[in-house]
Ligand binder design. Structure first.
Ligand code: ADP
Length: 540
């Protein structure tokens, strides 16, 4: 109500307003704000033409169907449609009487693209809007799309109505938890133990429309069978909200890796637990402390296959967050300027899926300091890093988005990102013997291979230098042989030993190829160091 009233007040005093909000909200907000302003409003429709706002029910459906075609891929409108819309806007602006409001629901689509450079369409649009600068406009633009600055400047004020806050002000001026404002009493009663005050934690990043959809879906999923005693519970609702968020997004997933599925690394787990307690309790910290205490993210660094991505998933699961794993080069292998846009879009989507963890694999490809700088690269030299920092500083407790970068080249990472309030580096090294023992146990369990404590000890001993991924592969291959191998061999100590031996041999081979001098004796003759099957049989 507060945001809507503010927009209305500006319109009433004859100022043009630009609102940044998700497309799903545009229709609702446009009608409400234009309606309350008491001015006569002309709503521009994507179907072409304009209509007096709120007139016929057809107005809304016309908008909706127009939206459906232009929305999905957020690409600009086709040239013909845009020309039509531009003509309609021109007419609406020209015909507007003093005091009228012209409503432009999708200024971003009209502006001809997501790039900040002025396309000819955007130039034309700018002409139209500036020509009658006295005409009062109410326009909307999506947070994931950009409009040229010169267009945005046409508006006296810009407001952002993005996501659900913890509390909202009702029309009567009362402040109520968002869980009460958006859920009727009857709906709340459908879920056993519904907690209106607590709900905000689970709707972070959603807008009101998506939340209502999710609520409906959750009830459908859990509606009790006739005669059944069990009612859907608040826990059911929370779970569905999380799954719903992930499903309505193209790429975010709901991770289910508990810390207990990671073998060893007690110190890393303890450090993460400490940090996550702070992140989890961030909302209760005073604003000024929050900024200093809560890390924007982590950088997991160490050799490949040591469970860095696995740790990221466990972190997300622990925060009841959705997760998206992006490969670094995927972001950087784009045209100039495109990468920043990609980062912006990623964050916009992460906020919609919040709480969310975004994992950048091979983070060094994104966040490497620019080489060849005389200042040693202490400044954020490249544009992607700059964009990343902008997005990170936008961190708010209502929209918890955590970034995790993984890399095996921490030495390449831009120092600007390693400042304490930004990324906390955490080293994840090759597993020590204790860790290897636990990793072996986790995967023996997972693949249903019975192992004695002595065998696990033996495996831990002989897998020195192997990473978690390789230890896992021993059990995976052993199990695969049992099930589908030609001779269906049992995954006993002898077989596991063979598999480990083969792994070590392959690794030795790789290292020799990388470094041909290795494994040759002084006279240049290749010294053959074959790793045979590892003997585990004795301990079986
Ligand atoms: P990284 O991101 O460090 O390259 P990953 O997280 O992708 O490594 O690890 C690959 C796989 O190796 C994991 O999915 C997991 O099955 C296994 N793995 C690695 N480390 C561990 C560990 N400490 N405990 C259990 N499994 C592990």
């Amino acid at each position: 109500d507060m945001e809507i009233n503010r927009a209305v007040a500006y319109l009433e005093s004859g100022l043009s307003v630009l609102i940044r909000c998700e497309k799903l909200l545009v229709e609702h907000l446009a009608h409400e704000i234009a309606g309350r302003s008491g001015r006569s409003a002309r709503m521009l429709r994507l179907g072409g033409g304009s209509a007096a706002a709120g007139l016929a029910p057809g107005t809304a459906s016309g908008m909706a169907s127009g939206m459906a075609s232009g929305l999905g891929d957020a690409t600009p409108l086709g040239g013909g449609r845009r020309a039509e819309l531009l003509a309609a806007l021109q007419a609406a602006v020209t015909d507007a009487k003093p005091g009228d409001v012209v409503v432009v629901p999708h200024l971003d689509l009209l502006a001809g693209g997501t790039d900040a450079t002025l396309t000819s369409e955007a130039r034309e649009l700018t002409d139209v809007l500036y020509e009658r600068s006295a005409c009062v406009l109410l326009a909307f633009t999506d947070p994931s799309l950009v409009i040229p600055e010169v267009l945005a400047n046409r508006f006296a004020v810009r407001l952002s109505i993005e996501i659900l806050p913890r509390e909202v002000t009702t029309r009567s001026g009362e402040r109520v938890p968002v869980g009460r404002a958006l859920v009727t009493r009857a709906e709340a009663e459908l879920f056993d133990g519904f907690d209106a005050t607590d709900l905000y934690k689970y709707v972070a990043g959603m807008n009101a429309v998506r939340f209502r959809n999710a609520l409906r879906f959750a009830y459908h999923q859990h509606r009790p069978a006739i005669g059944a005693a069990r009612r859907p519970t608040f826990a059911d609702l929370r779970h569905e909200l999380r799954v719903f968020k992930a499903r309505t997004s193209s790429s975010f997933e709901v991770p289910n890796v508990p810390f207990s599925a990671i073998g060893g690394y007690g110190d890393v787990k303890a450090e993460l637990e400490r940090a996550l307690t702070i992140v989890g309790g961030a909302v209760d910290l005073p604003e000024h402390l929050r900024h200093d205490l809560v890390p924007r993210g982590f950088i997991f660094h160490g050799p490949p296959g040591t469970g860095k991505t696995l740790f990221a998933k466990a972190v997300a699961a622990r925060l009841a967050a959705t997760i998206l794993v992006v490969s670094g080069p995927e972001v950087t292998d784009m045209y100039v300027g495109e990468s920043e846009r990609k980062v912006r879009e990623l964050f916009a989507e992460a906020r919609r899926n919040a709480p969310a963890v975004v994992v950048f694999d091979e983070f060094d490809s994104i966040a490497a300091r620019r080489s060849g700088r005389d200042d040693g690269g202490s400044r954020a030299g490249n544009a992607i890093v700059a964009q990343l920092l902008t997005e990170l500083d936008g961190f708010r407790p209502e929209v918890p988005v955590l970034i995790i970068g993984t890399t095996n080249r921490i030495d390449l990472i831009d120092d600007a990102l390693l400042r304490p309030s930004r990324f906390r580096p955490i080293r994840i090294d090759l597993p020590q013997e204790d860790a290897r023992r636990e990793i072996a146990r986790v995967h023996a369990d997972h693949f249903g291979i019975p192992v004695s404590p002595a065998l696990v000890d033996g495996i831990a001993r002989v897998t020195e230098g192997l990473n978690g991924d390789e230890i896992r592969s021993v059990f995976r291959d052993g199990r695969a042989d049992e099930l589908v191998g030609a001779d269906r061999r049992r995954a006993d100590a002898r077989r596991l030993g063979e598999l480990i031996g083969a792994l070590k041999a392959a690794r030795g081979q790789r290292e020799r190829e990388k470094n041909p001098r290795l494994g040759r004796s002084g006279d240049g003759q290749r010294r053959v160091t074959l790793v045979g099957p590892i003997r585990l049989a004795g301990v079986a």
